[in-house]
Design a protein around this ligand. Structure first.
Ligand code: AGP
Length: 608
């Protein structure tokens, strides 16, 4: 996610901000910028791409001052271009803002400001905030920020400076992390302790709706409703490596744990309660075409392909539109049958996968409408699609995809509801799905709390050479994904199958040395899955079952049972995939594998 650092003190702000930005690099970013105040004037330098490019520019520009703010951006609104890089300014360039998070009502505010004569220089949601603060500014910066924030819907961690108040930084938080770091005759604000740790270990965690006014030797923290709050200064004991990974041993584990938040971010501002549907701004360009589509083809690779398979089940179930799911590498060469009434959905976390990009090119030559579902804003696939939906999952650093997968499934569900409500899906059904969807993040949190018991199971089986993963219905794609996760990071051979297919071949593999992960949630095929487990046990296979809480039948049959909360069938993949991600992770840790950078794999596969 984006990173923020602000500094006020006696030292050269530029140097401190630049080194802070470098400490935030691990979070992933596409552009960066620094603004400082000197002689009642704000100077700013920005750059797209690596921080080394910003550093190069700064060598040619002095950027003096003892106060400033800086930002690493991971694009959400607007492509990674210089004009969209933070800090953003008001029209008079007296106020500069660095922002993390998403302003949900930015479009509404932007139109209102436009009517008042404000002209925008970027495509970002953040610029709205700079102009709003300016509209309220009457000499007191914190009052202006407070008034502006009252109009904001969404999430923010912000740092604001104003050249007319050159001795203070105002910062505030709602939903995005922000800490204040207290030094000797100097103060810092940052989205992440990593940015300030080399200067001080004394920090204050800001809570939602809190705002700080920082001066060189003092600070005041109040709520955005102007009520004073007393905060404790804490001493951090972590080292820099632990902090970058949020205290987790690996990025993959951190990202698995981020899923309650990343799924929430993928839903944020996209649910239309009134009409029990979803609002997907990126589809407006072809909203009319969506009414007429006769067939959907989903194309993707790897984990994104598994998400696509779940998308197929969801769209056919909810919207009743026929869907095909194609490996992009096959689709591109097999002269697929497409026409103007076909919607091709290309799913890609990185947005740069060569095969998926080539599949889009093929579909374009056949006049299909292309929808991109990507995490990386401004990526090649998002640019080459006619419209699309971003995941807003935040950067994924671990090569094995985890949080991007559950965000892809979130977005596909929202799409299925959108298409369904345009057709025959009843308001009642859509409403009940949306209601249950909102409980998913807390149900995932409950599963994550049990991770130590998954670790024990993982340790028992980490020396095996083969695994089978079985599931039916919505749980079949999850079985494929569980097997892929294990293969990727532990180098154990693993296969996913629809459970009933077992008797058509894989059953020959089963003996006492074969662990079989069976997803056995209480759904419409529950009894069938029980019979499959019986078949495995009759051949001495070892069963690790994923079942719903309270299921005693499974406990009697399986060697190990992982319990997860109950949800509706269509949402099962969100919950069943979490223990499978963790099983793969703990097995790979036990085997001493390189978790975040498994051998022979790349995060973005840009070659055929
Ligand atoms: C997932 O864990 C893998 N690293 C891989 O299968 C990946 O999903 C695939 O390469 C597609 O990548 P994309 O989503 O960036 O297009």
């Amino acid at each position: 996610m984006c990173g923020i650092i602000g500094y006020i003190g006696k030292r050269n702000a530029k140097e401190i901000l630049l080194s802070g930005l470098k400490r935030l690099e691990y979070r992933g970013y596409d552009s960066s910028g620094i603004a400082t105040i000197n002689d009642n004037h704000i100077s700013c330098t920005k750059s797209v791409g690596n921080i080394s490019k910003l550093e190069k520019k700064l060598k040619k520009k002095s950027l003096p001052g003892h106060i400033g703010i800086a930002h690493t951006r991971w694009a959400t609104h607007g492509a990674p271009l210089l004009k969209n890089t933070h800090p953003h300014f008001d029209q008079s360039r007296e106020i500069a803002v660095a922002h993390n998070g998403i302003i949900e009502n930015y479009d509404y505010l932007r139109k209102k400001l436009f009517k008042k004569g404000v002209r925008f220089l970027s495509d970002t949601d953040t610029e709205v905030l700079a102009h709003l603060i300016s509209q309220y500014y009457k000499g007191n910066l914190s009052d202006a920020v407070r008034s502006a924030l009252k109009l904001i819907e969404g999430t923010y961690g912000i740092a604001v400076i104003c050249c007319k108040n050159p001795n203070e930084i105002v910062a505030a938080k709602k939903g995005s992390p922000l800490i204040v770091a207290v030094g000797k005759n100097e103060m810092f604000v940052a989205s992440d302790i990593a940015a300030t740790l080399r200067h001080t270990k004394k920090i204050i965690h800001l809570e939602n709706d809190e705002m700080v006014v920082m001066r060189r030797n003092s600070f005041d923290i109040k709520t955005i409703h102007n009520k004073s709050v007393t905060k404790k200064i804490e001493e951090v004991s972590w080292n820099i490596d632990m902090i970058e990974k949020g205290g987790f041993e690996h990025f993959m584990l951190k990202e698995i744990h981020e899923q309650p938040e990343s799924i929430t971010n993928s839903m944020r501002g996209r649910i239309d309660e009134k009409h029990s549907t979803s609002k997907l701004g990126g589809l407006l360009v072809f909203e009319d075409k969506l009414k007429d589509i006769e067939k959907i083809v989903i194309t993707a690779c790897g984990t994104s392909w598994h998400a696509g398979l779940i998308g197929e089940y969801m769209i056919e179930d909810i919207a009743r539109i026929p869907v095909e799911v194609e490996y992009a590498s096959e689709f591109r060469y097999r002269n697929p049958i497409l026409n103007k009434q076909t919607l091709v959905i290309a799913i890609s976390q990185s947005g740069e996968t060569a095969d998926t990009l080539a599949a889009i090119h093929e579909a374009k030559t056949k006049n299909a409408t292309i929808m991109g579902i990507c995490n990386a804003v401004g990526s090649s696939i998002s640019r080459e699609s006619h419209g699309g939906i971003y995941l807003h999952a935040g950067p994924e650093i671990g090569v094995a995809s985890t949080k991007a997968f559950t965000s892809q499934v979130t977005v596909l569900l929202l799409l299925a509801l959108h298409l369904g409500r345009m057709r025959n899906t009843s308001k009642k059904r859509a409403k009940s799905i949306l209601k249950e969807l909102k409980t998913i993040p807390s149900k995932i949190k409950a599963i994550l709390k049990e991770e130590n018991s998954f670790k024990k199971i993982a340790n028992l089986y980490s020396n095996k050479n083969n695994f089978l993963y079985l599931g039916r219905g919505y749980n079949f794609p999850t079985a494929l994904e569980g097997a892929l996760k294990l293969k990727e990071i532990s180098y154990i051979h693993a296969e996913g199958y629809p459970a009933a297919e077992m008797k058509h071949g894989p059953i020959a593999l089963i003996d006492k040395d074969m662990p079989i992960v069976v997803i056995a949630t209480s759904d419409n095929v529950y009894d069938k899955i029980l019979s499959n487990i019986e078949e495995i046990k009759a051949r001495n296979g070892k069963v690790i079952a994923v079942a719903n809480k309270g299921d005693k039948k499974i406990k009697k049959l399986a060697d190990h049972t992982i319990y997860i909360p109950k949800t509706i069938d269509v949402l099962n993949p969100f919950l069943t995939v979490i223990p499978l991600q963790l099983l793969a992770y703990f097995i790979a840790v036990k085997r001493g594998c390189n978790i975040d950078q498994p051998r022979n794999l790349a995060k973005s596969v840009t070659v055929e």
